[in-house]
Unconditional design. Structure first.
Length: 255
């Protein structure tokens, strides 16, 4: 009855959905969204890359990686970007429910043989809570865990110091902003475990790698990560350089 009075809308474009639609996505968006699996991706972090990148993105080719594997559902452009921003800005769990469907699919696609002991979320900035204490990463993580039938553990990772907003910082500043600022609340809980970390967007990898580093230091056996979306390198014309799977040339896509 509620769906008849207030028909759900596609989280990506806002079109009204049929009452029986359970995905939160209209048919057109389901066929046109920038799914990461369409592109050649970095073998470590899953970020779409140009074929000339040698199998790794610029970041993964020069740094130590603590996460065993990272995957993302979408390229952070167009309607996919709008949906992720809306999840953070509008404090709407319906966005997390829909995004979790695609995140869970990519986890199975990339890590199908991995048996996770539990799911955790990247800790939020302490100023990120609104009056209702909405933590969008935790909300997304809970729904991903539910879809995959894996336990979710709340508050495993926490901040030890106040952080600046990552989206306001440049690449090197992002790395320094989170360096040494996370900790594991109960090391005994993670020791010997295979853990999946969930966050909203993968940009430089600073947050995910710092989470993975702390979990590994606390004794975790392996750490994997997944996000709703990942950014892609831009050229001087603000186009994103990617390479479609099965194609023979790079493509520039506009954000």
């Amino acid at each position: 009855m509620l769906n008849l009075l207030y028909p759900p809308k596609c989280i990506f474009c806002g079109r009204r959905l049929e009452p029986e639609n359970k995905t939160g996505t209209c048919p057109e968006c389901a066929n046109t969204l920038p799914f990461c699996r369409k592109y050649v991706r970095c073998r470590r972090c899953g970020k779409p890359i140009a074929d000339s990148a040698g199998g790794f993105c610029e970041g993964c080719s020069v740094r130590r990686n603590y996460a065993k594997g990272i995957t993302s559902a979408f390229v952070y452009i167009d309607n996919a970007k709008s949906a992720v921003i809306a999840l953070k800005k509008e404090y709407n769990a319906f966005y997390a429910k829909t995004l979790s469907l695609y995140v869970a699919e990519m986890i199975k696609y990339d890590f199908g043989g991995v048996k996770f002991d539990f799911v955790v979320s990247a800790p939020p900035r302490k100023k990120n809570y609104n009056e209702e204490d909405f933590d969008h990463a935790a909300c997304l993580a809970r729904k991903v865990a539910l879809r995959m039938g894996i336990p979710y553990k709340n508050g495993v990772l926490y901040q030890t110091e106040k952080l600046r907003k990552q989206s306001d910082l440049h690449h090197d500043e992002r790395l320094l902003n989170v360096k040494g600022k996370f900790a594991v609340r109960h090391p005994d809980m993670v020791r010997g475990k295979t853990i999946l970390v969930i966050d909203d967007v993968y940009t430089t990898g600073a947050t995910i790698e710092e989470c993975a580093a702390e979990l590994r230091r606390a004794g975790a056996y392996r750490v994997y990560a997944a996000t709703a979306a990942t950014t892609v390198k831009q050229n001087s014309r603000k186009h994103y350089i990617v390479h479609l799977v099965g194609d023979k040339k790079n493509h520039n896509i506009r954000g």
